[in-house]
Structures are given as C-alpha cells and as structure tokens.
Design a protein around this ligand. Structure first.
Ligand code: DGT
Length: 197
C-alpha cells in the first residue's frame, strides 16, 4: 500500500524527499493557485498548502498526504512564480541587495484518521547585487520563471544569493525538520517512513 503521497509537481520537493530516504507517490493536486487569496503571505502559502493536500487526500483512505506552497515575502507582499520574463527581470531589479523571506507552507493529512498538521517555514534570503546584464542573462535561462520568488539556491540563481538564515530545504520547497515535527504530531516517526518507503 502507498504510505506517502506528495501532492506536488515540484521536482525539487520530490528530489529532496528521495534524498532523505523517502519515496513518495506523486499525485499533482491541480489546484488553481490564483483562485486562493489571503491577508498575508504566510496565510497564503499555508492556505495553498492545505488546499493542495486536501484536494489529493479527498480520494484516498490510508496514506499520508503532503502539500506545500512557497512564496517570497518582500515588503509584506507575496511573490510566487513570475508571470513573464519582464516580470522576473523587474523583480530582480527590485530585490537585488535586499533581504526577503522565503515562506513555505506545509500540510500533512493522515487519510487513515483525517487528522491534519500544518505550519509555515520561514527562511531569510539575502540577495546579491547582479547587474542588469546578469539579470537579463539569468532570466534568459528560463529558471526564474519556474520557481517561487524567481530564484533558486541550487541552480544558476545561486550566483546571486549571498546567504540565508534558516532552513535550506525550506527554500528548495520542503523543510525536513519542519515536516518531521508535523509527522510527529500525527504519531508518525521518520524511521517509520524509512522502513515503509
Ligand atoms: N530547485 C529549487 N526549486 C525552488 C527553489 N525555490 C523555489 N523552488 C521551486 C520549488 C517549487 O517547485 C516552486 C514553488 O512553487 P509552488 O510552491 O507553487 O510549487 P509548484 O507549482 O512547483 O508545484 P505544486 O504547486 O506543489 O504542484 O519553486 C530553489 O531554491 N531550488
């Protein structure tokens, strides 16, 4: 029986869970993220994580379902994936030399009991100072358009991130220590999942 389901299309989230010893089944939620609104970036990513997990959990009875959503919080606003190359370049010109928080909402639903645990992880990101030519070249790679906040740590975006304060995985898309705490509140230990994956 499938023990763990990742309700995400994110290759980064799947790779991170696999490198940590798990082998979840991927069921993409198909949630329309633009249809969800919230008063703060933290509430937005938490609501989206819960909505994604619930959309997949609805059809299951047994597995644990993990849903996540990441946004960059800058000046109190939530930035997901850029809408266009022009948007990505404008964002970088706005955020270079500054700090923001990469927020990732996490939700775990135990479909055997209906119990849910959810929390937002926050990692401060200090951006470097790419010049306009570097920004244009980075946007031309296409990477910024595929990721929340228009940057990565583990790809070409890494050249333009000076440092972080907080969990690295939370920026990639899922925080293992945070997920461990959520699983614990549901009575599940990580070694349990290692054995069953
Ligand atoms: N490899 C990598 N990916 C990152 C980084 N920062 C953000 N991302 C990716 C992870 C997620 O795939 C994406 C965040 O967007 P979402 O939270 O909406 O997830 P996504 O739309 O990819 O899939 P989902 O909605 O969960 O089905 O950005 C990073 O530093 N490295």
């Amino acid at each position: 029986m499938t023990r763990l389901v990742l309700a995400s299309a994110s290759p980064a989230r799947l790779a991170l869970l696999r490198s940590a010893g798990l082998d979840p089944k991927v069921i993409v939620s198909g949630v329309d993220e633009d249809a969800v609104t919230a008063d703060t970036p933290a509430e937005l990513c938490l609501t989206l994580a819960r909505t994604k997990a619930a959309a997949v959990a609805r059809d299951l009875a047994g597995p644990l379902v993990i849903g996540c959503d990441s946004v960059l919080e800058l000046d109190g606003r939530a930035y997901g994936k850029p809408s266009s190359p022009e948007d990505a370049a404008a964002r970088w010109r706005h955020m270079r030399g500054r700090s923001g928080r990469l927020l990732t909402g996490h939700c775990v639903i135990d479909t055997a009991t209906g119990r849910e645990a959810a929390e937002v992880g926050a990692t401060t990101v200090r951006f470097g100072t790419p010049d306009d030519a570097e920004i244009d070249a980075y946007v031309a790679t296409g990477e910024p358009l595929r990721v929340a906040g228009a940057f990565t740590l583990d790809g070409p975006g890494g050249w333009f991130v000076e440092g972080i304060d907080g969990d690295h995985g939370n920026v990639l898309g899922i925080s293992l220590p945070l997920l461990r705490r959520l699983l614990s509140t549901l009575g599940v230990s990580v070694p349990d999942l290692w054995r069953r994956s």
